[in-house]
Design a protein around this ligand. Structure first.
Ligand code: PRX
Length: 670
């Protein structure tokens, strides 16, 4: 049993930061979609006074419906149905709608591949809306030809290449449900996801480039398709075909009758593919994310509400316009890549830039080179990346002309005021507003954020609620707390892009999100509102860690560790890390007769990499004779956290089974 979440005491937010405010410039406000507090207040008040009326109006105005909806919301807590009775197709809303307009021949996607280690530039491709539409239709026909039907699940395991977006949109074209798996996840993770959602097909590539190396995606898929549990269960038995994109040209094995090359399949595919008529509530995608217990949860999003959230927030939060070159640096394997690389920008007719590689390969100026080369106007990235850029030094951005930038965004973890100020000054030259956007895989789109042109920002605060959103900070009893008091962040009312459940597990959905605070959605985050009502997110208060912007469940890493033959027991906690926000520290007890060694430590790290993926490898593994436990047998993570961060051990230790355990743990320094 995990310990009950408790509200963290403090964070880096100081009164000094709250006093430091940055108002949008008059020039920015004048040109923005929403440029004054009065205009914002008018819309905000409407959205709060009658949210259903507001969302209904927005849904009619923003989306193209094949069949109009009859009712805005049907709410049977905790199950929501938005735009009941309506039918629409996401690919029509992202592509077809632009075809008869001036947008048809504008760049929808600009892509740059990873450059070679010798400095040879990466490949470049641009797809106009017209071209993207054609590719999506052709690939949609390939999916159909391979027997994929509306509602079937398709796993997408690709690098950051345009085909990732094409595959996602092709699924939406024919009504299939995609589940994108980040390329950094292992064969085991692919197999687990296939099994959970019963996927019929996997779309992958012969590899992806990363820091000069090749990630063997097809090889991982081959391995995933073979995995059997100790009881002999074949995890990926549901998969009947694998489509393979040629990306690197490296040799891979292809199994006749199961594996098909993308380029061969598409060759004779028709470029017309009638869009499926999808119910507003039809599942759109499943995205797996870590929780406090067990295996990753399949977050389920549905069609109409999700698209409305992604579209509206992209327009207002990023002030996206005709002329923008918009770059969200997230991988499509994460929700940010879904909403803000693919669906949000395309639904708005924007130009979305995709980059395949890492920020520091071959040199730490990769991002700034790209901003300069493509005249990027909006940049949306994560605090981890910003902190790394700070460390690498100002000389890298300073080598390039960043004058095209007009807006900067941050997402994925709390941004410390120092990183915020560096981003603002060195990258934005004090000209560009920063939008620090708070949201989650579950929320589908941004819920708490400044609106550029309107909201005065404070470094480190995600500021205020988006239209039609009701966040509140509450105490253990679920009551709202006074300003400047820490508590749990909840969302009081349903919103269109909220998750519709966990794939195949309604009970877990109820229990994780709707039982902690009665009648409200529990975010898992700690938060505080300042005197101006601004939200300051402190971070996760459950057993989920945020390592370099990636969500990692401690329980998942623990079970990966104990699946190693040498390990008896393990407990994983976070410690603060200057670059990654949090780092993973694993306390491990070994089976009798196994002696700790640095080789074993490395073996365990590799083992976790194999079980989950490189992102989950512990930064630090500490061997212990015993783990501190209460008399009822619960591991006392609180103490382990203190030990991991080198802090003096505080709090009530009287329930500890064996006090001497603590001194042993803290005295171990290797
Ligand atoms: O703890 C919050 C943190 O990231 C968590 C959600 O992670 P994930 O589902 O992977 O989605 C990340 C991208 C939307 C949240 O519970 N988080 C996200 N954005 C912020 C944040 N913490 C502070 N400030 C943010 N802007």
């Amino acid at each position: 049993m995990p310990e009950k979440p408790s509200v963290p005491a403090g964070s880096f937010t100081s009164v000094l930061n709250e006093k430091r405010q940055f108002k949008p410039s008059a020039a920015f406000s004048k040109a923005a979609h929403l440029g004054s507090e009065a205009a914002y207040q008018k819309l905000y008040r409407e959205s709060i006074k009658s949210p259903e009326k507001f969302w209904g109006r927005m849904a009619k105005q923003e989306l193209i419906w094949q069949r109009p909806f009859k009712k805005v919301l049907q709410w049977k807590e905790p199950f929501a149905k938005w735009f009941v009775g309506g039918a629409l197709n996401v690919s029509v809303n992202c592509l077809d709608r632009h075809l008869g307009t001036a947008t048809a021949n504008k760049a929808a996607l600009i892509w740059e591949g990873e450059p070679a280690a010798d400095g040879k530039p990466g490949e470049e491709r641009t797809l106009t809306y017209q071209q993207l539409h054609r590719e999506v239709c052709r690939f949609g026909n390939v999916l159909k030809q391979k027997g994929i039907q509306p509602g079937d699940r398709v796993i997408i395991y690709l690098p950051m290449v345009p085909e990732a977006a094409i595959a996602m949109l092709a699924c939406t074209r024919i009504g299939a449900v995609h589940s994108v798996v980040f390329g950094g996840f292992s064969a085991q993770s692919v197999a687990d996801r296939v099994q959970d959602c019963g996927a019929k097909m996997i779309i992958t590539s012969d590899g992806g480039y990363r820091r000069g190396g090749v990630v063997p995606l097809k090889k991982n898929v081959d391995d995933a398709l073979e995995i059997r549990t100790s009881e002999g269960i074949h995890l990926a038995a549901s998969v009947s075909s694998v489509i393979v994109l040629r990306r690197t040209g490296h040799e891979i094995s292809m199994r006749t009758g199961r594996d098909f090359w993308w380029h061969q399949e598409i060759e004779h595919a028709a470029s017309e593919c009638p869009p499926a008529r999808m119910d507003s509530e039809a599942p759109l995608f499943i995205l797996y994310t870590s929780g406090s217990t067990g295996k990753p949860k399949g977050i389920l999003h549905s069609t109409g509400g999700y698209l409305l959230g992604a579209k509206l927030t992209t327009r207002y939060v990023f002030d996206l316009k005709e002329s923008d070159v918009y770059w969200c640096t997230a991988d499509v394997g994460w929700v940010t890549g879904h909403s803000y690389v693919v669906y949000g920008p395309l639904a708005n007719g924007g130009t979305s830039l995709m980059y395949e590689g890492a920020p520091n390969f071959p040199e730490p100026d990769r991002f700034w080179r790209i901003v300069d080369k493509y005249r990027v106007t909006i940049l949306y990235t994560a605090p981890t990346a910003i902190r790394a850029f700070m460390k690498w030094g100002d000389q890298w951005p300073n080598k390039h002309d960043l004058s095209s930038l007009r807006l900067l965004g941050s997402v994925g973890e709390p941004i410390n005021p120092e990183a915020w100020m560096w981003y603002f000054t060195v990258i934005g030259k004090k000209r560009c507003p920063i939008v620090d956007t708070w949201w989650q895989t579950e929320t589908g789109s941004i819920l708490i954020t400044p609106l550029p042109g309107v909201t005065p920002t404070k470094p480190g605060s995600a500021t205020r609620a988006f239209f039609g959103i009701f966040p509140e900070v509450v105490d253990e009893q679920g009551k709202g707390v006074p300003r400047n008091t820490g508590g749990k962040l909840v969302i009081r009312k349903p919103w269109p892009s909220m998750l519709r459940g966990l794939w195949g597990d309604n009970e877990r959905y109820k229990q994780v999100y709707w039982s902690e605070v009665k009648g409200s959605y529990f975010t898992g985050d700690g938060c505080r509102q300042d005197k101006d009502g601004y939200f300051w997110i402190v971070g996760r208060i459950d057993d989920v860690l945020n390592v370099a912007g990636h969500r990692i469940g401690t329980a998942e890493v623990e079970s990966a560790l104990v699946s190693h033959p040498s390990v008896a027991e393990s407990a994983v906690v976070g410690r603060p890390d200057e670059l990654k926000g949090q780092a993973l520290v694993a306390f491990v007890t070994l089976k009798t007769g196994v002696t700790p060694s640095s080789q074993l430590r490395e073996q365990l790290r590799q083992h976790v990499g194999k079980e989950i993926g490189p992102v989950a490898k512990p930064d630090d593994i500490r061997f212990a004779d015993l783990l501190p436990k209460t008399r009822s047998g619960k591991i006392m993570r609180r103490f382990l956290k203190q030990v991991a961060s080198g802090a003096e051990i505080k709090g009530d230790t009287t329930t500890l089974e064996d006090l001497s355990v603590l001194s042993k743990l803290s005295s171990q320094d290797d």
